[in-house]
Design a protein around this ligand. Structure first.
Ligand SMILES: [Zn+2]
Length: 226
């Protein structure tokens, strides 16, 4: 009786171990497939980080350089996109310019175009900050290439998200910017806010607000491409 009981007990224990192994294997496979797939799988995004190095861009009243704010927002945007499985290429990852030779602005732009061309991305987003003589003007604004209907649709949907998340009410506009017209790829340029507006400047310098801007851009890219 004791012997039978023991072997039954052993058999139950063996089955329990087998069931446990199967459960662990199946749940690991599910977790792996979620991690590997993501929504951004196989999609490449180029983040063009405006200005940098010898070109600081516009400067706020506290002396903050546009180039630094652009880099902060871009790094945060890269983080959100990569977490979701996108391939991300940034035109710069530190405070440098891309210029060479004598013609600073021209070669800096050509170097950015070269990065876009070799990435052959699904989408290009160029990150900038704005400035205006009237210090009351504020808000994020998205620009698209005048000839791109798809760019216009992306810019308008991104503008809606930015207006809602950042409590502003600007309109997407077409803009004659080289970076959004230099390649055949879907491109927008985001002026994330006005460094000439003291209140907006005080927000744009914080990591928290930079994350908020980046998340808004990320979520509109995600919904547009899916
Ligand atoms: Zn700029």
């Amino acid at each position: 009786m004791l012997k039978i009981f023991c072997s039954k007990k052993r058999a139950v224990a063996v089955w329990l171990v087998i069931a446990l192994i199967i459960t662990v294997c199946v749940s690991t496979a599910v977790v792996n497939s979620i991690t590997a797939v993501g929504t951004g799988n196989d999609k490449t995004i180029v983040i063009d980080v405006g200005h940098g190095g010898r070109d600081g861009g516009v400067v706020g009243s506290t002396g903050i350089k546009e180039a630094d704010v652009n880099l902060g927002i871009s790094k945060s945007l890269k983080h959100f996109l990569k977490e979701d499985g996108y391939n991300v290429i940034m035109t710069r990852e530190s405070d440098v310019d891309l210029a060479y030779g004598n013609e600073f602005k021209k070669t800096d732009m050509l170097a950015r175009k070269r990065i876009i061309d070799s990435a052959s991305p699904d989408l290009v987003v160029s990150i900038h900050q704005n400035s205006f003589p009237d210090k009351d003007v504020y808000g994020a604004q998205v620009f698209y290439a005048p000839s791109s209907d798809e760019g216009k649709r992306l810019a308008e949907s991104m503008q809606t998200v930015l207006n809602a998340n950042l409590s502003c009410s600007r309109m997407a506009k077409n803009g004659d910017y080289y970076i959004i017209q230099c390649s055949p790829h879907l491109s927008v340029l985001v002026e994330c806010g006005f460094l000439s507006n003291p209140r907006e400047e005080s927000l744009l310098v914080t990591a928290n607000y930079q994350r908020k801007v980046a998340y808004s851009i990320y979520s509109s890219i995600k919904s547009f491409l899916s």
